[in-house]
Write a protein that binds this ligand. Structure first.
Ligand SMILES: Cc1cc2nc3c(=O)[nH]c(=O)nc-3n(C[C@H](O)[C@H](O)[C@H](O)COP(=O)(O)OP(=O)(O)OC[C@H]3O[C@@H](n4cnc5c(N)ncnc54)[C@H](O)[C@@H]3O)c2cc1C
Length: 438
C-alpha cells in the first residue's frame, strides 16, 4: 500500500553541484522533513575557473544559510577586496585614479576553495557525482493521488529516480532551464532562442598567479594593501585581486566583443599578436604589458565569450525550478552572480520551511519566481551596462573620468542594499497568496 503522502519525507533533487547547488543543499538539508540529494555530472564535485568577489549582500545571504560563514570564508582563504580602485589603463592619462567603488567589506575567494568549504557540512550520502541529467518527466494530472512521486529524473548512466521536486542548479546552459522554459533540445537551446544564453558583448581571460610573481609583473605599489584594481581603457579592462590567503593573485583581461564575433564554442586562443593589438593603447602604460605577460605565461592561453540570459519568462514550472546561473546567468562586471545564487538559497530555505507536503511545492516555487526573477534580471541588465562603461565603450561616458565617476557611483547600491528579511517576508506572503488561490 502506498505510504500516506504527508507522513513521508519530501524528496528533493538538486541538479548540479557548483556554488549554487551546494549552497541550496546547505540551505535545505537541515530542514527535518526534506530528503535532499545533489547530482553532479562531473566525476567529482569540483570548480574550474578563478576567483569570485563576494560583496556584503552575498556574505549576508551566506550567513543566513551557514551562521559560521565568516570562518568558512576564512578557511576558503578569502582576502578583503577593499572596494575596487578604478584607474585609467590606456591613453595619455593612464594611471589617473577614477574612484574607489563597490563594497568596502567585499572579499575575494578562489572558487575551488569556496566549493570545498561549502561541501564540507554536507553528508556524503547526499552527494552523487558522475550523474549527468539526461531528462525530466513530470507526471500527468491523472496520476495525482496515486502515491507516485511527481517528477522522474533520468541520468545518462541509464538510471532514474523519482522526486517530489527538482531544483536545477546546472549552470548557464542548464538542461533543467530547457525543461522549465520548453527550450529546444541541447541543454539551453541555441543562442538564437530569446530565452537561451547569448553573447553579452565581451570576452575575458582569468588566470591565477602565485602572489610574488604577480606582484613583480604588475607592480609592487599595487600590493601595499589587499585591494581589487580595475583598469579601464579603450575597449578593454584589466583587473587584479588577491585570493587564497594572499598566496595567489587573480588577473583578468577583458575586452569588447562586437556582435557576431563570438566563436561558436565561446573559446578564443590568445596570442601575443592578438593581445598586443587589443591592448595597443595600453602598451608602455602602467598595467597592459604586465597583464599580457601573465596571461601568455599560461599553458594554452585562451579567453571565453561572456554569455548572459537576456530574458527568462519564469524560474518555475510545476514541481521544477531553476536557481543560480541556470536561472539568471549574468556577465561578471558587477561581481554579483554568486551572491544572487546565495540569495536564491535563502529564499528557497524560507519557503521550504513552510512546505508541509508535496501540495505546497508548486506555491513555494511560484513565490520563488515572483520575488527572485525581477532582481535576477535587474542584475543581468545592469551588469551588461556596467561592462560598457568599464571598457570605455559607453558612448555617453567614454573615457572621461568625471563622467565615469558619475555613471559608476550609483550602480552597486541596488545590489548591496537588499533587505533580506523583507525579501523573505515578501516571498512568504506570495506563497500564502498562491496557496489560497489553489
Ligand atoms: C568569468 C566569470 C566571473 C565571475 N565573477 C564573479 C564574481 O566576482 N562574483 C560573483 O558573485 N559571481 C561571479 N561570477 C558568477 C558566479 O561564478 C556564478 O554565478 C556562480 O558560480 C553560480 O554558478 P552555478 O552553480 O549556478 O553554476 P555552475 O558553476 O556552472 O555550476 C553548475 C554545475 O552543474 C553541473 N551540471 C551541468 N549540467 C549538468 C547535468 N546535465 N547534470 C548534472 N550536473 C550538471 C556542472 O558540472 C557544474 O558543476 C562570475 C562568472 C563568470 C563566468
Amino acid at each position: 500500500m502506498a505510504e500516506p503522502e504527508d507522513s513521508r519525507h519530501i524528496r528533493i533533487a538538486i541538479i548540479g553541484g557548483g556554488l549554487a547547488g551546494t549552497t541550496v543543499a546547505n540551505a535545505l538539508f537541515r530542514i527535518p522533513n526534506l530528503d535532499v540529494h545533489v547530482f553532479e555530472s562531473a566525476p567529482k564535485f569540483s570548480e574550474r575557473g578563478a576567483a569570485v568577489g563576494l560583496s556584503s549582500n552575498a556574505q549576508d545571504a551566506l550567513k543566513h544559510i551557514i551562521p559560521e560563514s565568516d570562518s568558512l570564508l576564512q578557511k576558503a582563504g578569502a582576502v578583503p577586496m577593499n572596494c575596487t580602485r578604478l584607474v585609467l589603463g590606456s591613453g595619455p592619462q593612464a594611471g589617473t585614479i577614477i574612484a574607489n567603488i563597490g563594497d568596502s567589506t567585499g572579499v575575494v575567494v578562489h572558487r575551488a576553495s569556496l566549493l570545498r568549504e561549502l561541501l564540507s557540512p554536507l553528508p556524503s550520502s547526499l552527494l552523487h557525482a558522475n550523474k549527468k541529467l539526461s531528462g525530466i518527466q513530470e507526471s500527468s494530472p491523472s496520476e495525482a493521488g496515486t502515491g507516485a512521486l511527481p517528477v522522474s529524473v533520468r541520468f545518462e548512466d541509464g538510471t532514474a529516480s523519482d522526486f517530489d521536486a527538482v531544483i536545477g542548479a546546472d549552470g548557464i546552459f542548464s538542461s533543467v532551464r530547457a525543461h522549465v522554459l520548453r527550450l529546444p533540445e541541447g541543454g539551453g537551446g541555441s543562442p538564437d532562442h530569446e530565452h537561451a544564453a547569448s553573447p553579452a558583448g565581451f570576452w575575458d581571460c582569468r588566470v591565477m598567479i602565485p602572489y610574488e610573481k604577480a606582484k613583480a609583473a604588475l607592480g609592487e605599489q599595487y600590493f601595499d594593501e589587499d585591494r581589487q584594481y580595475g583598469w579601464i581603457g579603450d575597449r578593454a579592462f584589466v583587473m587584479h585581486d588577491i585570493a587564497e590567503s594572499r598566496t595567489m593573485v587573480q588577473c583578468v583581461i577583458s575586452a569588447v566583443e562586437d556582435e557576431g564575433e563570438a566563436p561558436a564554442d565561446r573559446k578564443r586562443k590568445l596570442t601575443r599578436e592578438y593581445l598586443e593589438d587589443i591592448l595597443k593603447g595600453w602598451l608602455g602604460g602602467p598595467i597592459g604589458d604586465g597583464a599580457i605577460e601573465l596571461v601568455l605565461d599560461q599553458e594554452d592561453p585562451h579567453s571565453y565569450s561572456q554569455y548572459d540570459h537576456k530574458s527568462t519568462p519564469t524560474y518555475a514550472r510545476g514541481s521544477v525550478c531553476i536557481v543560480g546561473d541556470a536561472a539568471h546567468a549574468t556577465s561578471p562586471w558587477q561581481g554579483a552572480g554568486a551572491g544572487q545564487a546565495f540569495e536564491d538559497a535563502v529564499i528557497l530555505e524560507t519557503l521550504f520551511r513552510k512546505v508541509q507536503s508535496r501540495r505546497d511545492i508548486e506555491a513555494a516555487f511560484k513565490a520563488f519566481d515572483a520575488v527572485r526573477r525581477p532582481r535576477g534580471q535587474q542584475v543581468i541588465d545592469s551588469s551588461r551596462g556596467t561592462g560598457k562603461i568599464l571598457t570605455g565603450s559607453d558612448e555617453a561616458v567614454g573615457l572621461d573620468p568625471d563622467k565615469m565617476r558619475a555613471a559608476l557611483g550609483p550602480r552597486w547600491a541596488f545590489i548591496m542594499s537588499l533587505d533580506l528579511n523583507e525579501h523573505k517576508k515578501e516571498a512568504l506572503q506570495k506563497m500564502e497568496e498562491y496557496q489560497r488561490q489553489k
